[in-house]
Write a protein that binds this ligand. Structure first.
Ligand code: HEM
Length: 374
C-alpha cells in the first residue's frame, strides 16, 4: 500500500477501536501522552501500561459515575433492575459480596464441556447465518447451552441476550431500550424459575451478555489474522491444539475489548496527574498490551510467545472471570469450521470494523456460500 493510500490516523482513542490499524496511534499515545485529558472526549485517556495498571487497582476509581449508578435511560424498568444488580457495574460491598459466586458460576464448566458447546453451536448456526451474524450468535448460543437453557428456548433466550446487551449500551435508541426491558423481564423470569434471587438472576444474564460482543470480536480478529497469514492456518490444521495458543496471542496482539472506563469517586493523583472527583477515564487496554514495558518485541505476533502478558480481560477486582472460556469457544469454533473445509469460502475479505466505542469486531464481505440472514 502506498503511504497516500494509508488510512488517516484515528481522530481519538475511541475512534481507534474501529480503525483499520490503531497500533501506531497507540504507540504515539504511550510515548508522548501516556495519561492526558482529551478535551474533545471530555475524558482522561490512559495509554501506557503503567497508567492503566495503576488505574485498574485504584480504590478511588469506580466502574460507574457516583451520580448515575444506573443509566437514566434504563431506570425504572426491568433492564435498569438487572443493571443495578450486575457485578460488572458495581463496586464496594455489593461487588465484594457477589463476585466470588459469579466467579464460581463462570468457572464451574470443564473445558471439554465448553468445547462441546462451541462445536455444537457452530454446527447449528453456521449453515443458516452469514459470517457477520454468526460472530455474535456463536457466543450467545454457546453460553446459553452451558447454562442449561433447553433447546426449544435457545432461540428466544439468545435473542433476549442480544436485545438486553444492545439496549444497555451507551447511546442506545428509545426502541432498543424498550426491547431491552422486555428482554430483561424474560431473562429474569428464567432465573426466578431456576430459584435464583434477584442478584443471581441478573448475573446469570451477565454470563451471556458479557460474552457476546467481546467473544465475537475475538473470533473475528482471529479469522482476520488467519486470512492474512495462511501459513498459520496451515500450522493449526496440522496441529489443532495450537489454535488455543494462537487465539491467546490474538487476545494480546489485537485485543477484542480495546478500552474500558473508570470514574473518579474522589480527587486522586494517578501517574503524577491530578484527577478530580467525577472525571472519567478511558483505559486503552489494547495499547497496554503493545507496551514494551509489558512484553518484549510487543508488535511481533508470536504464537508460542513465552510469558505472554496482557490486560485484555482487565485486572484487579473487576477482572473477567471467563478468559479460558472465551479462548476455548473461539479455538473450538475455528477448528470446527476449518475441519469442514469451508473457512475461506465462509468468511469474505474484511470490509472494516463495526462502529463501536470499545469492542473491535471486524465486518466481513458477504461470501459465496452463506445464506443472507432474515
Ligand atoms: C474475548 C472475550 C472477552 C473479553 C475480551 C472480556 C473482557 C472483559 C473485561 C476487560 C472485563 C473487565 C472490565 C473492567 O474492568 O472494566 C470483563 C469483565 C467481565 N466479564 Fe469478560 N470478557 C470476555 C468474555 C467473557 C465471557 C465469555 C464471559 C462469561 C462467561 C464474561 C464475563 C464477564 C463478567 C461477568 C465480568 C464482570 C466482572 C467484574 O466486574 O467483576 N466475559 N471482561
Amino acid at each position: 500500500m502506498h503511504a497516500a493510500d494509508a488510512p488517516a490516523p484515528p481522530v481519538d482513542a475511541i475512534a481507534a477501536a474501529s480503525h483499520p490499524n490503531p497500533y501506531g496511534y497507540y504507540q504515539r499515545l504511550r510515548e508522548r501522552t501516556p495519561l492526558y485529558f482529551d478535551t474533545g472526549l471530555n475524558l482522561w485517556v490512559a495509554g501506557s501500561y503503567a497508567a492503566i495498571a495503576e488505574a485498574l487497582v485504584s480504590p478511588s476509581l469506580r466502574v460507574r459515575p457516583l451520580s448515575e449508578p444506573v443509566p437514566r435511560a434504563l431506570a425504572g424498568g426491568p433492564a435498569g433492575d438487572v443493571f443495578a444488580n450486575l457485578v460488572r457495574m458495581n463496586d464496594g460491598a455489593f461487588h465484594a459480596a457477589h463476585k466470588p459466586s459469579l466467579r464460581q458460576r463462570a468457572q464451574r464448566w470443564k473445558m471439554d464441556q465448553v468445547a462441546r458447546a462451541s462445536c455444537e453451536a457452530t454446527r447449528a448456526l453456521r449453515p443458516s447465518l452469514g459470517a457477520n451474524d454468526f460472530l455474535t450468535a456463536l457466543p450467545a448460543q454457546g453460553m446459553a447451552c452451558l447454562l442449561g437453557v433447553p433447546g426449544p428456548q435457545l432461540r428466544q433466550t439468545t435473542q433476549w441476550a442480544h436485545e438486553f446487551s444492545a439496549g444497555i449500551a451507551g447511546g442506545a435508541s428509545v426502541e432498543a431500550v424498550v426491547l431491552a426491558h422486555a428482554a430483561a423481564a424474560g431473562l429474569l423470569a428464567q432465573g426466578v424459575a431456576l430459584g435464583l434471587d434477584a442478584a443471581q438472576a441478573a448475573n446469570r444474564i451477565a454470563l451471556m451478555q458479557q460474552s457476546l460482543d467481546a467473544t465475537a470480536a475475538l473470533l473475528g480478529n482471529t479469522v482476520h489474522l488467519l486470512r492474512q497469514r495462511p501459513e498459520m492456518a496451515e500450522q493449526i490444521d496440522a496441529a489443532p491444539d495450537l489454535t488455543r495458543e494462537l487465539v491467546a496471542e490474538v487476545v494480546r496482539w489485537d485485543a477484542p475489548v480495546q478500552n474500558t472506563r473508570r470514574f473518579a469517586a474522589e480527587d486522586l493523583v494517578l501517574c503524577g496527574e491530578r484527577i478530580r472527583e467525577g472525571e472519567g477515564l478511558l483505559l486503552v487496554l489494547a495499547s497496554a498490551n503493545r507496551d514494551p514495558a509489558l512484553n518484549p518485541d510487543p508488535d511481533r505476533f508470536e504464537v508460542l510467545r513465552p510469558q505472554r502478558r496482557h490486560l485484555t480481560f482487565g485486572a484487579g477486582v473487576h477482572a473477567c472471570p471467563a478468559e479460558e472460556i472465551a479462548i476455548e469457544i473461539v479455538a473450538k469454533c475455528i477448528n470446527t469450521i476449518r475441519g469442514e473445509g469451508t473457512f475461506d469460502a465462509y468468511f469474505g475479505y474484511i470490509l472494516g470494523y463495526r462502529s463501536l466505542p470499545n469492542v473491535r469486531i471486524p465486518v466481513f464481505a458477504p461470501s459465496s456460500t452463506s445464506v443472507p440472514s432474515p
